[in-house]
Design a protein around this ligand. Structure first.
Ligand code: NAG
Ligand code: NAG
Ligand code: NAG
Ligand code: NAG
Ligand code: NAG
Ligand code: NAG
Ligand code: NAG
Ligand code: NAG
Length: 411
């Protein structure tokens, strides 16, 4: 049953595959808002009550004005990857691209270099110190699950056998470092608010129905969690409209996705404001994870997708899959909140990484692709999910940088 449940969660992909073209259609329908200058808003103030402070080396201190999201990828096969694919027992088949036959591993060897400062070196022991007696929870869809797995892999090698555990308790997955009494958790909630796709192992995928004003069932499981990291995007982007309820569960209506997304985020915001203790809890929101479905976007005239791409895009690039209207809604909703939510704007840095998706070296309906499917990347390449080690590790390095900053010892 355990194995089965793991596989079921991963079966999200076929739907996404089915929706690939639709994602494109949706994009044409939305008005793209003009992009403003990117900036990071709402850094945390210092937590009022720290149980323990963590010593931060001078070189790991960051200038608060540094924008970690503006930078470039640099080749670094000395320090990267930060862990080996086969050394982390918690990776699901969906992300283990080398094991699944991917011939090149260059995608593992790039380091994100912000223009204005350096990211602190990821130190798993320091993170565990930060997380002592705490819970860190990732909430969202399968992209978010990869970020959870990445975080577990980044940390688990420093925890000896017998001192760690991994448990599946749908819709949650929980890694625990026992000596630290620290957990890193995942919670399946593809729309954040409630929906008919909430069953972690048996969710409807083609049919979507979101309850825009319902969050309390989920919220009960998030209460009191010390660090919450939310994400929700790709499940909304199936069609330009989405079926949803507001108020009566019987009253199903089609909403424009942007309208529905805003209402859902406001429901979430109200939940945060009524539940979160900003002195004890921290909240992050991940911006959209980009897709690379059409190679003509970065290679005019070509007709492929992300398959067979082995280098990042150099120079400026923003694909049509990353909807700026959604970005703007997030910006507005977060700005209006009475509590601080740190928005990790990872979309641009991941936009460059057309080389880092699972392509045909992932899964479909919980199974690795057959030889025939692998030979047909136009129809079967997954250009939504990411190989691990890979891009989600960088998201976690950035999350780590923020956590370090919040908990550092200001001596
Ligand atoms: C996130 O970054 C992108 C690209 O730099 C930018 O266009 C967008 O405005 C940023 N979003 C927010 C909410 O700051
Ligand atoms: C949010 O963070 C800012 C900047 O760190 C701080 O000045 C402000 O007091 C914080 N607001 C709340 C409500 O915690
Ligand atoms: C690292 O990259 C350099 C430059 O491409 C190459 O010469 C070297 O062989 C690589 N080292 C390893 C261990 O792959
Ligand atoms: C372990 O951590 C949890 C929070 O994650 C906390 O409620 C509990 O008190 C901690 N246990 C001990 C023995 O400190
Ligand atoms: C999955 O959900 C559907 C619809 O709710 C149900 O008919 C089916 O029996 C479920 N399958 C399993 C294995 O639980
Ligand atoms: C909403 O649900 C109805 C009835 O199931 C269906 O016909 C329609 O296509 C759905 N709309 C969307 C946008 O999915
Ligand atoms: C939904 O989107 C369409 C197309 O962008 C637009 O014409 C329509 O006015 C929108 N409807 C609502 C209720 O916002
Ligand atoms: C992959 O790319 C290489 C070089 O860019 C090319 O020679 C090769 O034919 C491509 N393979 C496929 C299957 O598209």
């Amino acid at each position: 049953m355990k194995g089965q449940s793991a596989e079921r969660i991963q079966s999200l992909f076929p739907v996404l595959l089915a929706s690939l073209l639709v994602l494109g259609t949706a994009q044409l329908v939305f008005d793209s808002l003009k992009s403003g200058k990117s900036y990071v808003f709402q850094y945390y103030g210092k937590p009022a009550k720290l149980r323990k402070s963590v010593f931060v080396l001078p070189e790991d201190r960051m200038d608060e004005s540094c924008n970690l999201f503006e930078g470039k990828w640099v080749w670094d096969n000395v320090s990267y990857p930060l862990y080996e694919e086969n050394s982390c027992p918690y990776l699901v088949k969906q992300t283990t691209c080398l094991k699944n036959g991917r011939p090149d591993s260059f995608y593992q060897n790039w380091r994100w270099q912000p223009h204005a400062c350096n990211l602190p070196r990821f130190d798993p022991l320091k993170l565990l110190d930060i997380l002592r007696d705490k819970r860190l929870m990732f909430i969202g869809d399968s992209v978010q699950r990869a970020q959870f797995e990445s975080m577990v892999c980044l940390v688990q090698s420093v925890v000896p056998k017998g001192k760690k555990s991994f448990k599946r308790d749908p819709p949650r997955k929980i890694f625990k470092a026992k000596e630290y009494n620290a957990t890193i958790e995942y919670y399946w909630a593809p729309f954040i608010v409630e929906s008919i796709s909430d069953h972690a192992t048996n969710h409807t995928v083609l049919k979507r129905l979101v309850n825009l004003d319902s969050i309390s069932k989920h919220g009960k499981s998030w209460e009191g969690v010390d660090v919450l990291v939310f994400e929700s995007y790709v499940w909304w982007m199936y069609r330009p409209q989405i079926n949803a309820t507001y108020g009566s569960m019987e009253d199903v209506q089609e909403y424009n996705v942007t309208t529905a997304y805003r209402i859902a985020m406001e429901t979430w915001g109200n939940w945060l404001e009524s539940t979160i203790n900003p002195h004890l809890q921290k909240v992050f929101f991940m911006s959209m994870s980009p897709t690379h479905l059409w190679s003509w976007e970065w290679k005019p005239g070509s007709r492929g997708n992300c398959f067979n791409e082995s280098y990042p895009i150099l120079g400026s690039y923003w694909g049509t899959g990353s909807n700026l209207a959604i970005m703007e809604i997030l910006h507005e909703v977060l700005q209006d909140l009475k509590i601080n939510v740190t928005f990790l704007n990872i979309t641009q840095l991941a936009e460059y990484r057309k080389d880092a998706h699972t392509t045909v070296f992932g899964e479909r309906r919980g199974k690795l692709l057959t030889k025939e499917q692998k030979a047909d990347p136009l129809n079967f390449a997954d250009c939504i999910h990411w190989c691990l080690p890979g891009v989600p590790d960088t998201w976690n390095e950035i999350l780590y940088a923020y956590l370090l900053q919040s908990y550092q010892n200001f001596l």
